[in-house]
Design a protein around this ligand. Structure first.
Ligand code: RET
Length: 280
């Protein structure tokens, strides 16, 4: 026997299990959500007032664009007031040298309001672009359905279980759907818009490039923040906030101001939508 009653058996090192980690919004995140709520509200009011000065026959872009910012305002109100969010937990492995690995949960706040917002607003943004380019109804509808698959795929991915095909499977499906959307806008749209002349082609080109750059940033932010959980919830909120302001009020202002200056942007899709005056 050793000096201190040592029987030659080393005690098993004990491991205190790592507690569940919660990733939630902080003060900066909440502030950003309120700021974007106000920006979206102001944009909606300005677009509404501007639309009153436009004849009904030329108001469709105004109506679509106002619904986009209004929907965003409502979704930001929900998020800023602490609603429309739920924790999604994944199990993370902790490796230890001398004892078996343990696991602990990482629970992250996922704002599902975003997906409700996007499933209403991104089809309407596409509708703006499709009307501008003069894309036919069949292709417009296909672009919108692909867009819905993209957004709902993102929602399912956000709540997908770890170590199954759920999360990244849905992400891959959503990304393929996004490629369909890109084809409709960038390739088909660019072909169709030529018939509307140089000024509309230039405007469409500008708006389409802005859209492609911004929209492509969303799956990147998602991958880093929601997918890999490498960014804090606040960083995620601020990244989406900047993208949303550029993709909705800035996009909308550009479209509506140009619509006023360029009469060829008028929509020629029949009297029901344009009161028969659209093409004039
Ligand atoms: C997700 C994750 C799954 C893969 C892809 C995505 C794309 C989202 C996009 C969102 C655009 C939102 C806009 C909001 C308006 O303010 C759902 C993030 C491809 C393109 C423009």
């Amino acid at each position: 026997l050793g000096k201190h009653g040592d029987h030659g058996i080393k005690p098993m090192p004990t491991v205190i299990p790592t507690p569940t980690e919660f990733q939630s919004a902080g003060q900066a995140g909440f502030k950003a959500l309120w700021v974007v709520f106000v920006i979206m509200l102001i944009a909606s009011i300005v677009f509404t007032i501007r639309s009153w000065n436009v004849p009904v026959a030329r108001r469709l872009y105004h109506v679509i664009t106002t619904i986009i910012t209004l929907t965003a305002a409502l979704s930001y109100f929900a998020m800023a007031s602490g609603q429309a969010t739920s924790y999604h937990c994944i199990s993370v492995k902790d490796s230890h040298k001398h004892v078996p690995d343990t696991h602990h949960d990482v629970c992250r706040e996922v704002y599902w309001a975003r997906y409700v917002d996007w499933s209403i607003t991104t089809p309407l943004l596409l509708l703006d672009l499709c009307l501008l380019a003069g894309i036919d109804g069949a292709h417009t509808l296909m672009a919108i359905v692909a867009d819905l698959i993209m957004i709902l795929g993102g929602l399912f991915a956000a709540y997908g279980r770890e170590n199954t095909v759920q999360k990244w499977g849905w992400y891959a499906i959503a990304c393929i759907a996004y490629l369909f959307v890109v084809w409709h806008v960038a390739v088909h749209g660019a072909n169709m818009v030529r018939a509307k002349g140089d000024r509309v082609s230039k405007l469409f080109g500008g708006l389409a490039v802005l859209t492609l750059i911004l929209w492509t940033a969303y799956p990147i932010v998602w991958g880093v923040a929601d997918g890999a959980r490498r960014a804090s919830v606040d960083t995620e909120i601020i990244a989406y906030a900047i993208l949303d302001v550029l993709a909705k009020p800035v996009f909308g202002t550009w479209l509506l101001l140009s619509h006023r200056k360029i009469p060829e942007t008028n929509i020629d899709i029949g009297g029901y939508w344009s009161n028969g005056l659209g093409a004039e």
